[in-house]
Ligand binder design. Structure first.
Ligand code: AMP
Ligand code: ZN
Length: 115
């Protein structure tokens, strides 16, 4: 694990987070600066910097992130009204933590993507 990766530290139990799910492949925890009433980060336990560095061997793991986010949306009671799943990639994509994470954002009407 890279020494300076905050998400690796959370996964290893070396940094605090409000964890909502954990198994041998995935950890999910509440975003500490939520953009909406529900804002959970779904993170592979394996460190991968970003989607740019993922390869075919990671395809199943990345698919599981989506299905886990879907399950958490249901648990949070937002599946019917809907939610947004976001993977930010690189500086222009708004990525600030370079360990892949899927944002589950819900609980309010989200603006359409257009600037
Ligand atoms: P991104 O901008 O896509 O890289 O998303 C990183 C997200 O991680 C942001 O929404 C931050 O608020 C969140 N974040 C960063 N550090 C922590 C932390 N220690 N605990 C919980 N959320 C964090
Ligand atoms: Zn990491």
């Amino acid at each position: 694990m890279p020494d300076d990766c905050i998400f690796c530290k959370i996964i290893a139990g070396q940094a605090d987070a409000d964890i909502v799910f954990r198994d041998d492949q995935i950890t999910a925890f509440w975003d500490h600066r939520p953009a909406a009433p529900v804002h959970i980060l779904v993170v592979p336990n394996k460190h991968i910097d970003s989607v740019n560095e993922a390869d075919l061997q990671d395809a199943e793991l990345l698919g599981k992130l989506i299905l886990k986010a879907r399950d958490l949306a249901k648990e949070q009671g937002v599946d019917e009204r809907g939610y947004r799943l976001v993977l930010n990639v690189g500086p222009d994509g708004g990525q600030t933590v370079f360990h892949i994470h899927l944002h589950l954002i819900a609980g309010r009407r989200l603006p359409v993507f257009r600037e």
